[in-house]
Design a protein around this ligand. Structure first.
Ligand SMILES: [Zn+2]
Length: 427
């Protein structure tokens, strides 16, 4: 079967209506499934085991009938079917590099045109372009991030300084002397460099040319981004990807949610039912990149997000997802319902008198009990009984099961950094 080329210009895709885009992706998916079935033995085996023929997939709507591919299954496939798990459509000798991610999971670095078009277009959409000089601090060892960002930027005409992590003092010096305009890496490491620069006596606004930092890869970070933008005058963008599929979503200049990159199909499914989530709901991100060399079909990332339905003022028709909202593993199943920190947080912000809180699930008999531990900012003038009732009602509504008790605890009982929900059941 011949390779079906990606659309020649991603600019065309960006302007497609949602309906046109959907049709385009339906066609691409149909092709990908047939191709992967023919060329990747592990994909064929997974389909055969599930009793599904590639011809049963005529578009995105059929994806939910296919099995999810989870990380532990990938680890097993690589272990049991060396060298490449039966997942890659070309022999290992045709690959330019092979990355080693924890597991080990081996990620191929290859020259699939669709893959690189996706990444180049993403880097440009983030706001980087020709003339930029960018420090890339993602790791160039073992894992794909460093080389992936490097190649995408070079293909987009950007000058890359391959720094990797560490050497903060040298990073500062290079940033200053080479008049670096952009940064790529984690939020935490970016702040390390900024702090080091100040320690060395630099004024970040005056002594540097930094205008854009893509500080993705971490949950949250909203406060830090605000600081970076307001105090230092550096624009920030977030991007989302995994080692397995590469970058798959990015923020445009609107900075309100992340657009799904071209040539990637994203589903968000309920971690209770496995069905697609509706508007306003949170679920697991499942991704199918249209990648002819490494076609992972329905790769379950374990990351949680939701859809943003409104069209983006930037004009791109690519769907948007929210920033990442946690990991599937953070949810605790209680009396048959999953409780997730994301349900708890919006409920608890309604109580400004609360300093810290933690939901604890125990099982004293044969029933799960849900206790909400609460530390108050101060006790003065607080009607604890009334507050407990209010807390109970609001939180029970938010998590959809009844809170058994609200317990006021002294300062220090709930540690500073803590999980919002802990499972203390002993079976
Ligand atoms: Zn946009």
């Amino acid at each position: 079967m011949r390779t079906k080329k990606a659309a020649s210009s991603f600019e065309v895709l960006e302007k497609m209506s949602r309906e046109e885009r959907r049709k385009y992706l339906d066609e691409r998916l149909k092709w990908l499934v047939a191709y992967a079935y023919e060329k990747a033995p592990a994909t064929r085996a997974r389909f055969d085991k599930a009793g599904i023929k590639p011809s049963a997939v005529s578009g995105i709507k059929d994806l939910e009938n296919l099995p999810l591919l989870r990380k532990d299954e990938l680890v097993d496939l690589y272990k049991n079917n060396p060298p490449l798990g039966g997942l890659v459509t070309v022999p290992i000798g045709d690959l330019e590099r092979v990355y080693v991610s924890p597991g080990p999971i081996y990620d191929p670095h290859h020259q699939s045109e669709g893959f690189w078009q996706r990444l180049v277009s993403l880097v440009k959409s983030l706001g980087f372009g020709k003339g930029d000089v960018v420090i890339n601090t993602w790791s160039y060892h073992l894992v794909p991030a460093g080389h992936m960002v490097d190649e995408a930027m070079r293909r987009a005409g950007i000058t890359v300084i391959p720094m990797g992590v560490g050497n903060t003092e040298l990073q500062v010096q290079v940033m200053h002397q080479l008049k670096v305009t952009g940064f790529f890496g984690t939020t935490g490491f970016f702040m390390n460099i900024i702090n080091k620069a100040e320690e060395m006596g630099f004024d970040v606004r005056k002594d540097f040319n930094l205008k854009l930092a893509c500080i993705g890869g971490e949950m949250g970070g909203g406060q830090i981004r605000k600081l970076v933008e307001e105090k230092y005058g550096i624009a920030t963008r977030d991007a989302y990807g995994t080692a397995d599929v590469g970058f798959m979503a990015y923020e445009c200049s609107e900075r309100n949610g992340m657009h799904i990159a071209e040539e990637v199909i994203v589903e968000i499914i309920s971690y209770e039912t496995g069905k697609p989530v509706g508007p306003g709901e949170v679920g697991e991100v499942v991704v199918t990149p249209i990648d002819e060399i490494y076609p992972l079909i329905r790769f379950a990332t374990g990351d949680l997000a939701g859809w943003i339905e409104e069209p983006c003022p930037c004009g791109r028709s690519a769907l948007r997802i929210t920033r990442l909202l946690g990991r599937v593993g953070d949810a605790v199943r209680t009396r048959g319902m999953f409780i997730h920190p994301r349900q708890l947080e919006p409920a608890m912000v309604k109580f400004p008198q609360v300093a810290q809180y933690q939901a604890v699930v125990t099982r004293p008999g044969h029933r799960d009990e849900l206790t909400l531990k609460v530390e108050l900012k101060g006790e003065e003038g607080v009607d604890k009984e009334k507050l407990a009732q209010e807390l109970n009602k609001v939180v029970s509504d938010a998590v959809r099961i009844k809170v058994d008790r609200v317990e006021f605890v002294a300062k220090g009982v709930i540690p500073e950094l803590h999980k919002l929900i802990v499972d203390e059941r002993v079976y």
